[in-house]
Design a binder for this molecule. Sequence first.
Ligand code: UTP
Length: 288
Amino acid sequence: MSKIRKAVFPVAGLGTRFLPATKAVPKEMLPVVDRPVIQHVVDEARAAGIEQFIFITGRNKGAIEDHFDIAYELDRTLKERHRTDDLAELARDLPAAGMTSFTRQQEPLGLGHAVWCAREMVGDEPFAVLLPDMLHQSAIPCLKSMIEAQAEHGGNMIGVYEVPFEDTHRYGIVDVGDGPASALPIRKMVEKPKQGTSPSNLAISGRYILSPKIFELLGNQPRGTGGEIQLTDAMVTLQQSEPFHAHVFKGRVHDTGTKIGFLTANIAYALERDELGSELRAALRTLL
Ligand code: UTP
């Protein structure tokens, strides 16, 4: 596989678990501390050297597109008020002109279908997929170490993390053979195994490096669980002809698509911040 230049961000889901907050605001725009969830994930991709950011959006997701654009009126007001730090931060967060693309998934037919919508923008090269719900907190960005491992070991790569065995029935789980933790050969992928039957406690974390062959498979993929086109089903088929590796992420994964994961992410990211950490610790102690 060649260099990973493009990343796909599927952001077309309805975010029903966060209603009514997500009635008019995309769930990807909900803040973790003071940055929208999607900004955290785009930051991870930028730190990994991604050059093209492809967003699969849907109805009511316009705020995401606006977020990755210059806000002239705001910039002018900040300039007039000499808020140079804020201006610099806004400029820093913005991918350069031409680095973002947006396409609409007209119906939310599932994650696999959302990824398939990126086929023309990705073309015939390997690419990354980052689920914006899943925040990966660590000093070394998860996608960066995945790209490095993929350059060394080749094949398709799936980010995984350790979860308690008793919770494995809630996740996509991989069964792996022997190898380095950065690239364990995947024998099998199992979606939400029944309790007590899971082959491992390595859960799929929402980071993928995939070969473009996945698009052809997704295009012919019948609907799976929940009537949706599942990315995992197409990966299982692709595994018959291409190797897959699991990359064990050593940091903390927060599923911000759930209320508890979202709240925990806010606390965990705020505790890391110099200007917030000690005050938040004291506030939490008082609360508890
Ligand atoms: P989720 O199922 O977790 O997100 O999909 P959701 O559907 O927005 O959330 P709930 O369950 O209704 O609360 C994981 C990711 O895949 C995207 C979502 O936007 C989310 O980032 N997705 C999902 C799509 O882009 N299209 C789809 O059809 C489904």
